[in-house]
Design a protein around this ligand. Structure first.
Ligand code: SAJ
Length: 430
């Protein structure tokens, strides 16, 4: 099939890089978003998300005349749906954006078009939800138009490289759809392309992030065990990982972001009776911020969170993981909430975010103002500039003599030698 024109629906972390990459590979792309603010920002040369290299890519795409930003769909050869699928309060998938996107394609869908769903979705969404909506056009999936599910698998922070280099799974509602999908992504994909059916492709995506969540839950549980048993979990994990078939991930303050902590719930929703392990892993990771609170109490030598009232805590790092500026579902944010609820006086320093729009969070513009009056310093995210802090310098700036490291970002020896009482997650009784 000869693709000339592509419409990308949803200009977020996935849609915008994807639309721009197609455009810089010579396609005529219309990037559509229902949020007028996003459309205006992009049209005025701005960017509403931060991702290394994205500004240059978007500017090149728009500058070449190949990427047009719009609030309306146009006729095209292919439509790519890259809208959010958040969780509702009851941990069920909110498919309203996917539904609305599919509905918006109906009036412009033509014979032999390709429609791709990229949004992470519960199993069978493509065949049970998207296909019937598109068929309201009078055209039949597989017979009159091609329909595939192709999950994005890029890692925030490395999106532009992974978009091109990662292997891509393309699941069609029929074989021809999958083959047409392969032709589309062949425009820029350098990784292996594997064809399958739509539901398998949906499951592949969900299985990847669920496995990661369960793996991290194991690591978090190991960290608690290590604290109780008096060993260093980080040393133990690195030794276990020397085994050729073991790869334990890192413990930390919990699982955040909009993927790993979310996607497992789509499998629980699909079959609650079959997913006890997945649900338990979710619970373990969700409880980890509470465990970090207990470590902070241990550092202060207090047994009840009630005694945190009035204690000054400097929290370093608030993003959902190291070296990104994204605060969504951040476990560090949850730790700050728990501390504040206990009456602690928290000051946060997040080097990658200038203004934090969260009620009740006091932000420090720099490291000195975060730590100067503190009783305890807690490292919650392993951002490079935070890991590189020199405790000999820091101790001159602060009243604090206790440091809690939830991410194995600092050297025990250096911090102890500088004069801090040092507590590390997973090695706290050493
Ligand atoms: N985390 C740990 N320990 C680890 C690794 C991660 O506690 O050893 C935490 C992070 O700090 C963070 C959370 O888990 O809070 C998720 O971070 P992540 O780096 O594991 O994943 P995301 O959400 O940034 O991106 C994931 C990736 N999935 C996999 O690696 C299987 C990415 O490839 C997906 O494209 C993305 O989800 C997505 O969009 O689904």
């Amino acid at each position: 099939m000869n693709f000339e024109k592509i419409c990308v629906l949803g200009l977020g972390y996935i849609g915008l890089p994807t639309a721009s990459t197609f455009a810089t590979h010579g396609m005529q792309v219309t990037g559509v978003d229902v949020n007028p603010q996003i459309v205006n920002t992009l049209r005025n040369g701005g960017l509403h998300i931060k991702e290394p290299g994205l500004r240059t890519l978007v500017q090149a795409a728009i500058g070449s005349g190949n990427l047009k930003i719009s609030d309306k769909l146009e006729f095209a050869d292919a439509f790519i749906i890259a809208v959010p699928t958040p969780l509702l309060e009851d941990k069920k998938a909110d498919l309203s954006f996917v539904r609305a996107a599919a509905e918006s394609i109906v009036p412009v869908l033509r014979l032999n078009n390709l429609v791709v769903l990229e949004s992470t979705s519960p199993p069978r969404t493509t065949v049970d939800i998207v296909a019937p909506i598109l068929e309201r056009s009078g055209l039949k999936a597989a017979e009159d138009f091609h329909l595939v599910y192709s999950p994005e698998r890029v890692l925030p922070g490395q999106i532009l490289r992974e978009l091109i280099e990662n292997a891509r799974v393309i699941g069609g509602v029929d074989r021809i759809s999958a083959e047409v999908g392969r032709e589309l992504y062949a425009i820029f994909t350098r990784g292996e392309v594997i064809l399958t059916d739509a539901t398998t492709a949906e499951m592949v995506k969900l299985m990847e992030n669920t496995q990661r969540d369960v793996n991290i839950a194991t690591a978090n549980e190991f960290s608690r065990l290590a604290d109780r048993l008096g060993i260093d979990v980080w040393d133990a994990i690195s030794m276990a990982n020397l085994h050729p078939r073991i790869e334990i991930l890192n413990p930390g303050p919990g699982v955040g972001g909009h993927c790993v902590g979310v996607d497992p719930w789509f499998l629980v929703e699909a079959a609650p009776d079959l997913t006890a392990l997945i649900r338990t892993a979710r619970r373990v990771n969700d409880e980890q911020p509470k465990y970090i609170l207990e470590l902070i109490q241990r550092g202060l030598g207090i047994s009840s969170s009630l005694d945190l009232a009035g204690v000054r805590i400097a929290v370093l790092g608030l993003a959902y993981k190291a070296d990104v500026d994204d605060l969504r579902e951040s476990p560090a944010l949850r730790v700050v909430e728990l501390l504040s609820e206990s009456g602690a006086l928290v000051r946060v320093y997040e080097p990658y975010v200038e203004e934090i729009e969260a009620p009740n969070i006091e932000c420090a513009p720099d490291i000195i103002s975060a730590v100067q009056d503190a009783d305890l310093i807690a490292l919650l995210v392993a951002h490079t500039p935070l890991r590189n802090l020199d405790p000999l310098e820091l101790i001159k700036m602060t009243n604090a003599r206790v440091a809690v490291d939830a991410v194995n970002g600092w050297s025990v020896e250096k911090w102890q030698d500088a004069g801090f009482k040092f507590i590390r997650l997973g090695a706290s009784s050493i």
